[in-house]
Design a protein around this ligand. Structure first.
Ligand SMILES: C[S@@+](CC[C@H](N)C(=O)[O-])C[C@H]1O[C@@H](n2cnc3c(N)ncnc32)[C@H](O)[C@@H]1O
Ligand code: SF4
Ligand code: SF4
Length: 434
């Protein structure tokens, strides 16, 4: 499979992005220069010659620099004949010297990824879903218009955005969904799509087959038809979704299944993985339902106990023919001693809501986390605005113990704002596992 990496100039050097996983690294300008010349044809010796001449250093020193750069590509699984930078970067951009370690991920010149929520409506009503909850309060269906998507994508391409997530609601209910995905590809931005798998047309499959489309994520919570109807709130759709997943797999499209684990499906996780494995699915991501919003039925009756989580671990400790299974639970008790994962919202990513509002997280529909509207402000201006800069520094935030004196505050920033808001009605409350 072709692997793509993105390269972008940053004030202190270069940003290298694995376009599939979204993992990224900041590297010095000399390394940026090496990657900008990386075309799968130049040998390490040729690259070392160029680096030596450009920076006026010995060949021995230059070859060490090139080998170090290759090492990073190997680490991120991008060292292969088929690993190509999507857009050739201009090597001249990296012809500057910088002190070591001056590249700062905290102040990126532009986001790495943006989520476009193409609509707030959906043809399912999943019990745990934060959009089901939003639909109940915001009745009016909204669709991000193609003209606005196009404007955003043009800006995104010019500021070096690497990935665009197409989601919703159900994005395929937006009549322009396919056009938006194609428009992203045309502009050299990698689109990723999240869908419930109900509306999979031949045209959609053709677009998903383009090599520049990242994976498509299909939500699928259980292989039990009755449970499926109970979770999605819809009768008689199980067969269609399963058939569509099979079609996607048969087309050789990179598909990832996302399964949200709740009390409604927790006893059927093993059979569900076996079902997907038999369809040929190679990647399944199980996630515990996040209490980020109340969902259709409220979440308290859906959340799992520690005992139920342990039972799930037992069900997935099996070797499958095709499927690799990942399981994450943001509220796992064993997280207690670790620092919660830093939220990338506003630090490396943004989300555009269906009305054009730009925020930091699709689960956090809260005016305190909206930093402009894409209809009347450019992505760049929103990214650079004072309010977002203050938010990044947690300026004006009333911090509590133990966050105030915590040595991890800079990297953790009090954990997940959306979960804390849902649980404590305070987005900056210390993360519950602390
Ligand atoms: C809101 S949906 C939108 C895209 C599309 N309708 C779908 O279902 O994939 C995006 C993803 O959010 C996940 N999701 C929704 N509510 C969640 C919750 N409370 N906890 C964890 N994931 C949730 C869904 O499972 C889905 O994979
Ligand atoms: S998870 Fe996706 S399919 Fe289910 S209700 Fe939410 S938006 Fe719709
Ligand atoms: S105490 Fe606060 S800042 Fe420290 S790790 Fe926990 S949530 Fe993060």
């Amino acid at each position: 499979m072709t692997r793509f990496f993105g390269l972008r100039q940053e004030p202190g050097g270069a940003l290298v992005v694995d376009r599939r996983s979204g993992k990224h690294w900041c590297v010095p300008p000399s390394q940026g220069l090496i990657y900008s010349l990386w075309d799968g044809k130049r040998t390490i010796r040729v690259l070392a010659d160029i680096v030596g001449t450009t920076y006026d250093v010995s060949y021995d020193k230059a070859i060490v620099a090139v080998c170090d750069s290759v090492q990073l590509l190997k680490q991120i699984n991008l060292y292969a004949d088929m690993a190509v930078p999507l857009r050739q970067s201009d090597p001249r951009k990296y012809l500057f010297r910088a002190e070591p370690n001056t590249v700062d991920l905290g102040v990126l010149s532009a986001p790495i990824s943006v989520e476009l929520m193409l609509t707030n409506t959906c043809n399912m009503r999943c019990a745990y879903c934060y959009m089901s909850a939003q639909q109940a309060t915001r009745r009016k269906p909204q669709y991000l218009p193609f003209s606005l998507c196009s404007k955003i994508l043009n800006e995104a391409a010019s500021i070096g955005l690497q990935r665009i997530f197409i989601s919703g609601g159900e994005p395929m209910l937006n009549p322009d969904a396919n056009r938006v995905i194609e428009a992203a590809v045309e502009r050299g931005i990698f689109p990723y799509v999240s869908t419930n798998g109900l509306l999979v047309t031949e045209e959609f499959l053709d677009i998903l087959s383009l090599p520049e489309v990242g994976f498509v994520q299909v939500s699928f919570d259980t292989a039990d038809k009755h449970e499926f109807a109970l979770i999605t709130g819809k009768q008689h759709i199980f067969g269609r979704v399963a058939h569509n997943i099979k079609k996607i797999v048969q087309r050789g499209i990179d598909v990832r299944i996302k399964t949200v684990v709740t009390r409604l499906n927790c006893t059927n996780i093993g059979p569900t993985i076996a079902f997907l494995d038999a369809l040929g699915v190679s990647e399944i991501e199980l996630v515990a339902a996040s209490p980020s919003a109340s969902g259709r039925d409220g979440l308290s009756n859906l959340m799992l106990t520690d005992k139920e989580f342990a039972k799930i671990q037992e069900q997935i400790a099996v070797h499958w023919n095709h499927a690799t299974v990942h399981f994450s639970n943001p509220l796992a008790k064993d997280l207690g001693k670790k620092t919660p994962k830093m939220c990338g919202g506003g630090i490396e990513s943004l989300v555009v809501f269906p009305d054009g509002d730009v925020g930091i997280c699709s689960m956090l529909r809260d005016s305190r986390f909206v930093f402009g509207n894409a209809h009347n402000k450019s992505l760049h201006n929103i990214w650079m605005c004072d309010a977002l800069a203050r938010f990044r520094r947690l300026d004006g935030v009333q911090l509590r113990e133990p966050c105030i004196n915590c040595t991890s505050l800079e990297t953790c920033r009090t954990g997940c704002f959306s979960i804390s808001k849902a649980l404590f009605d305070d987005p900056f409350h210390p993360f519950p596992t602390c």
